[in-house]
Design a protein around this ligand. Structure first.
Ligand code: TYM
Length: 322
């Protein structure tokens, strides 16, 4: 069983990224990476990308991921190499149906071609390592489904090469919502939204204030009801995810919105503060961070080589000596 997942450095990490993905990156044999190639599918600033990549990699290490599992995607050229091979097995029809492409690009002539082929890169990420589990939040389901389709098709057309991955859904925190707009996902790329997005490296007093100011719903009753009470339901989901509780059960313990908010703020900080401390320690030791990332890179290069080679041969690309 191998678990793999990536996070795109398109903004600073949020509580949603942590609860939906990062804290589930626990497999000692797993592969967890900063998906910096994915961050170039929309207009980007190279200097900012370098800084965000470093911050994210350090935060992943600070989250206590198993040693040797963390790396930076562009350090392992096999990802881009296999992505091209998979583009040659994917269809315009299926890529056009991707929600992310439709939302961010479709129809605009200045959309980057890489936004369209992005799911092939993500499929390459997953298939290179014989991954069978992909811990992601709910917004990535469609991409993992595509990776499954691509693997099945490749194996059928070119011979058994790839493991077909499972989608590993989180029981909770599938989709943490924005605190100010609780029908929308909390998103790291929403840079203008300082109030509704909890960033893992924001000062604790700012985070507490954000939770206390979260939009609530009319009526004063605390109840888990996504349709009628999206704001309260989101707070209950966050509280439950941070305390390993059950959001429906937890609702019964709170007579008022205020009490729920105060406990949610405490629970969020109990998760975030140790992470911030470890981040500060690691960030002050850049050589140690470099060493840990080099270890992850070398292991990923080794582990990805056989499947890339197998795919190269299967597709008829055996070159000199191959
Ligand atoms: P990205 O960077 O948008 O998000 C990283 C992870 O965080 C999860 N997530 C959330 N979970 C719960 N609530 C939220 N509000 C929330 N926002 C984000 C995402 O579901 C994701 O698991 N394409 C991917 C990165 C990627 C990848 C991969 C993932 C590249 N290659 C291979 C898995 C396997 C992305 O942009 O995620």
């Amino acid at each position: 069983m191998t678990s793999l997942s990536g996070i795109t450095p398109s903004g600073r990490l949020t509580l949603g990224n942590h609860l939906g993905a990062l804290r589930r990156f626990t497999d000692p044999d797993g592969f967890y990476f900063v998906a910096n190639l994915h961050a170039m599918t929309t207009k980007h600033d190279p200097r900012r990308l370098v800084a965000l990549t470093r911050e994210m990699a350090t935060l992943m290490l600070a989250a206590g991921l198993p040693p040797g599992t963390v790396f930076i995607q562009s350090d392992v050229p096999a990802h881009a190499q296999l992505a091209y091979l998979l583009e040659c097995t994917s269809y315009v029809g299926e890529l056009s149906r991707m929600i992310q492409y439709k939302e961010k690009g479709n129809g605009r002539p200045m959309t980057r071609a890489s936004l369209f082929t992005y799911p092939c890169l993500m499929a390459a990420d997953i298939l290179l390592y014989g991954t069978d589990r992909v811990p992601v939040g709910g917004d990535q389901d469609q991409h993992v489904e595509l990776a499954r389709d691509v693997a099945v098709r490749f194996n059928r057309e070119y011979g058994e090469t790839f493991v077909v991955p499972q989608l590993q859904k989180a029981a909770l925190a599938m989709r943490i919502k924005d605190l100010q707009n609780p029908t929308a996902k909390m998103s790291k790329s929403d840079e203008d939204n300082a109030v509704g997005t909890i960033r893992l490296l924001d000062p604790p007093d700012v985070i507490r204030r954000q939770v206390m100011r979260a939009v609530t719903d009319s009526g004063g009753e605390v109840r888990h009801d996504e349709a009628a009470k999206p704001g309260i339901t989101n707070l209950l989901e966050i509280l439950a995810a941070c305390t390993d509780g059950d959001p429906v059960e937890l609702a019964k313990a709170y007579p008022t919105y205020g009490a729920l908010k105060a406990d949610t703020a405490d629970a969020v900080l109990a998760v975030i503060e140790p992470l911030q401390k470890e981040y500060a320690r690691l960030a002050s030791d850049p050589v140690a961070v470099d060493d840990l990332l080099a270890e992850g890179r070398d292991r990923a290069i080794e582990a990805s080589r056989p499947r890339l080679q197998a795919a190269v041969h299967a597709m008829g690309l055996a070159g000199s000596g191959g």
